[in-house]
Design a binder for this molecule. Structure first.
Ligand SMILES: [Zn+2]
Ligand SMILES: [Zn+2]
Length: 77
């Protein structure tokens, strides 16, 4: 039984399947069967992720660089 795939969460248990989303090996207790396939608990119930922090828009950086260039030209003239 050395070749048996073990559950990612329970090393002592044999895996029955794999998560369709992350590919984790899962035992009967960890396997979540959905209509779309088998999933681990994490992928079956993804935690509500907080919205990522709004990134500084790229056009604002371009605009700032242009303004600096125009100001430099005006100063150096
Ligand atoms: Zn998963
Ligand atoms: Zn398990």
């Amino acid at each position: 039984m050395t070749t048996a795939v073990r559950c990612a969460h329970h090393p002592e248990r044999a895996a029955l399947g794999y998560c369709s989303a992350c590919g984790k090996a899962l035992c009967a207790a960890c396997l979540v069967r959905l209509s779309t396939g088998n999933y681990c608990e994490t992928c079956a119930n993804p935690p509500a992720r907080p919205r990522p922090a709004r990134r500084f828009p790229w056009w604002a950086i371009v605009l700032a660089v242009l303004v600096v260039l125009v100001l430099l030209r005006a100063i150096l003239r």
